[in-house]
Design a protein around this ligand. Sequence first.
Ligand SMILES: [Zn+2]
Length: 675
Amino acid sequence: MFFPAAFAAEAAESGSGQEASHVGSPVVDSPLRYDISVHIDPVERTLRGRSVITANTREELTLVIGRRFEVLKARVDDEQIGSSATVGAMRAWRIPGEEKLPRRIEIEWRGELSPLDTSLDHRQTLGQNEPVSGESGTFLPDSSGWYPYLAGELASYDLSMELPAGQRGLVAGRLMEESESSQGYRARFEFPAPTGGIDLMAGPYIVETRTIRSAGGKPIVLRTYFHREVADLAGEYLDSVKGYIDLYESWIGAYPFTEFSIVSSPTPTGFGMPTLTYLGLEVLRLPFIRATSLGHEVLHNWWGNGVYPDYAKGNWSEGLTTFMADYAYKERESDAAAREMRQGWLRDFAALSPSQYAPLTSFTSRTHGASQIVGYNKAAMVFLMLRDLLGRETFDRALQAFWREQRFRVASWEDLQRAFEAASGRNLHAFFDQWLTRPGAPAVRLTEAVRVKAEGENRHVSVTLEQTEPAYRLRVPIAVRTQQGEEIRTVDLENTRQVFSIETDALPLEVILDPDLRLFRHLMPQEATPILRQVMVNKTTVTVLLPESGPVRDAAEVLVTKLQHRAPKLIPGTDNMPAAPALVIGLQDQVDAWLARHELRRPEDIKGKGSAQAWTTRLPDGTTLAVVSARDIESLAALTRPLPHYGRQSYVVFEGAKAVSKGTWPTRPQAVKLD
Ligand SMILES: [Zn+2]
């Protein structure tokens, strides 16, 4: 087994990307160290390196390097290394266990790097796993095997790099030395804690530096490594990073590193690693990046790169980071903004097919939309429910203790559970067990609510809740609208059917189930309006392409591939309406004819508007139909780039590639009026 480690890598644009794969379960406090020196020439696209690995372990080890590299020398304790095996794009050596310590492995290697292709999108950049180089940028992802490493092991490192004059480069860690002459640029970095892998970045960077003080008084050096095109953004990025470090130091504990850098990438990507984030030039220019993704990446220095998730047991770090970054910023904005985010999570979940309901314990990293909906959003909501259960103060205290105890260690969901149990004095087994190991979500229904007519008073309601088998143990928020306002109660639902008696302060008029959407559950059809994402992520979706041939057909095929990221399941336009979510794409007349044949109509709100329209409809059998209709081939082709970003909408109207109108169809909560 090989565990090419890579750090949390993130799509900076929400929902549009994937994370590099995290595999394996590295050991704690690995007594391993790499001393690496590399020389990189971005013009020639060559790399030459030497590494000395010191291993204070008697275990058998596996040494790995990318096959594209030529190994010039490889010795283990001054003996020639044995023969290698080929595993995919890697070459591997088994190094038998040894009693005498420390063991010393020395390797020299060289090789050619792939040309940098700036036309790649984020997904392609991540999926490539190739070391790339060019004058405008070099990116050597850990997963490419650009340096020799011990598979599945954490290690500290010391790395020196040499680059031509005018270039700057970095890896995660502390910048120890730096010099530049006409001969070139040299820098040495040290990463003293055991860590999972090394990504190297270089480019014609302009570096801005600012030193701040951490909560404990130690200096933290903030830097931007920016291309000239975005150099003017350096000041505001440094300000934002300082703000985030202050926020999380006071919330969790001291920042665990000595620096943080923001590095621009010539490809449209977004990654987070310890001590730095690597963001595409275009991405850096987007105004919302500083307000959201940057904070998320800074927080990963605590969750993910400060405490390492135990991937074999489920990656908790994305959910916790989403909860304390993306979601926390919405809570600071307003109650309405936070509710909207929760609603988005639940709607996205409702868009999945049951085969995509993986349990949280099986989430390792984001590879497609469905795993993000579970691994990020469901997990974030589990933390929200936990905070609702324990209270904010206890919740935060547990996280602070977890941080103190687990810093630079591999920790699992069980370790988190223990921290929350210790802080609260409660047994949380049932809570963690059901939310982590059960796939899917509970479906809770408000089936009955009646006013209890007691002598002389009318302030009791009897509320019946039902859920499917096997029952979850849930705290269900119930709102009772009364003559004087709204009263919120929380009831403990543990059976498939339960009747609760609720006393109110004033005459009750209406009962509403979880109106704030604080419970992770399946939304009922009227609570979850159909959204476009359903036909993008739901794997059972069938697609009808109305143009039968020619360039219009080609444009429709490109669009569906961009929307679904998989080979679409095509059915002919003459078929009956399928009993699965369906996507129909065509030109206006074709769409009108198809709709007429199925006795459907365009929604009144968007009829006749724009050069193209996309909308959803819930069919009588409960399935979702999404329709994309364009005036002509140009209008259809113009949707390829923008439409995949509107998955959260029920409808979008385009003028060319610009969305001129969008929205979600109205929802209705589960409610019963009392008479
Ligand atoms: Zn993340």
